[in-house]
Write a protein that binds this ligand. Structure first.
Ligand code: GLU
Length: 425
């Protein structure tokens, strides 16, 4: 799994505050009722657990795990579980709230949640990760459930971990409950198209934004930061649509080829090379990986970690369009500079919502006991992404605001409206 080392926490904006500052602007533009504002500004549930695990050498290590449910007013809460060393509660809280807005923007019937375990899965054996995943699932038996809270992959997790979660949960319930988690392997009830879904949604929103900016996709140059599940598929699918991907990066560094990088080859290289692009010879390695962000390209896709575009480097951004594949790649303080520079940003809660959209399809298929074709999955998710983009774009015109604030307005409006009918305080 491609992985860009995040900046140490102390150097990064507090992600929850970043989320809140955008939320505040949108809430004001909407004239959000103060009572509802107070309900939405804090998560509805936070569960933190200590997970003692026997390591392969016989020692016992205690891991810290969290699951935060920001809201379940729109339906069962939904969101991934992240395995990374920099997982901390504030970050999980922000990511959980982002999931509420994300699901609301694409109009799927879910609330928002997120989970995380502070660990470095790349330094653990498969057995250690399995024991940790099962212990986490055990600890969350009362939280998870197909009608309650549905986990999914995020950074550092994938179908393998989702299979263990489903198995552990199913054992505890004495029956196979495949709708309790999404992003599963196909044979366990995973959906066709789920693996590529987030990258595909990035591609759909990038094309929609290019159209608005009068950028011809056949002449467009693209730089993609992060070559994991999101970045690599976004690059591949944009290349398939005729664009030229001139730069890609991962933990091993950034690579540049002005004639375009062959993304199929890069993916094959990464897959045969322990999951990293180290020594990839289809492009030249750049001296400084961060310089990928400053290339003069039409479209920049940050698809790695949070806060990579921040007050310190935002001046140097030259892309015409930014399509946020990662969650929170732009810190809130950098927003104004980007807007002043006239760069169009398709925000994370819209651009990367293709993943949770196909998670929703997976859950629907599990509950129906039926399997859709890949063609049906793609057609429906493309339509949802395009409709969401159009709605956010219209809202930005109406409120004369950036797409990011417009996306928050669309999301908060839906949640507030739901509260109005449900009431119950
Ligand atoms: N972790 C992904 C996200 O941040 C997917 C969540 C899901 O499918 O529930 O959107």
């Amino acid at each position: 799994m491609a992985y860009i080392e995040p900046a140490p926490i102390k150097d990064r904006a507090n992600p929850f505050e970043s989320m809140m500052s955008r939320f505040n602007i949108a809430a004001e533009a909407l004239g959000l009722d103060e009572q509802i504002y107070n309900v939405l500004k804090s998560p509805s549930k936070q569960v933190s657990v200590s997970l003692p695990i026997t390591m392969d050498d016989g020692s016992i290590r205690v891991f810290e795990g969290h699951r935060v449910i920001h809201s379940n007013i729109l339906g069962p809460s939904k969101g991934g579980v992240r395995y990374a060393m920099d997982v901390h509660l504030d970050e999980v809280k922000a990511l959980a709230a982002w999931m509420t807005w994300k699901c609301a923007v694409v109009d799927i019937p879910y609330g928002g949640a997120k989970g995380g375990i502070k660990c470095n899965p790349r330094e653990m054996s498969a057995g250690e990760v399995e024991r940790l995943t099962r212990a986490y699932t055990q600890a969350m038996l009362d939280v998870f459930g197909p009608d309650r809270d549905i986990p999914a992959p995020d950074m550092g997790t994938g179908p393998r971990e989702m299979a263990w979660m489903m198995d552990e949960y199913s054992r505890a319930h004495g029956t196979t409950v495949n709708a309790m988690v999404t992003g599963k392997p196909l044979v366990l009830g995973g959906s066709l198209g789920r693996t590529e879904a987030t990258g595909r949604g990035v591609m759909v929103s990038a094309l929609a934004a290019m159209e608005k900016s009068q950028i011809n996709p056949y002449q467009a140059t693209i730089a993609v930061q992060g070559f994991g599940n999101v970045g690599s598929f976004a690059a591949l699918l944009l290349e398939e649509r005729g664009s030229t991907v001139v730069s890609i990066s991962d933990i091993s560094g950034a690579y540049y080829n002005e004639n375009g990088i062959n993304i199929q080859e890069a993916i094959a290289y990464r897959n045969n090379n322990g999951g990293v692009l180290e020594n990839f010879d289809g492009a030249e390695k750049m001296d400084n990986a961060e310089d990928l962000l400053f290339l003069e390209v039409d479209v920049l896709v940050p698809a790695a970690v949070e806060d990579v575009i921040n007050l310190k480097n935002v001046d140097k951004i030259k892309a015409k369009l930014i399509v946020e594949g990662a969650n929170g790649p732009t810190s809130a303080e950098a927003d104004d500079v980007i807007n002043d520079k006239g760069i169009l940003v398709v925000p994370d809660i819209l651009a990367n919502a293709g993943g949770v959209t196909v998670s929703y399809f997976e859950w629907v298929q599990n509950r129906l006991g039926y399997k859709w074709t890949g063609e049906r999955v793609n057609r429906r998710s493309d339509r949802i992404m395009k409709d969401a983009f159009d709605k956010v774009y219209e809202t930005s015109q109406k409120h004369n605001c950036p797409l990011r604030i417009a996306a928050y307005i669309v999301a908060i409006d839906k949640v507030a409206e739901t509260y109005k009918y449900r009431g119950g305080f």
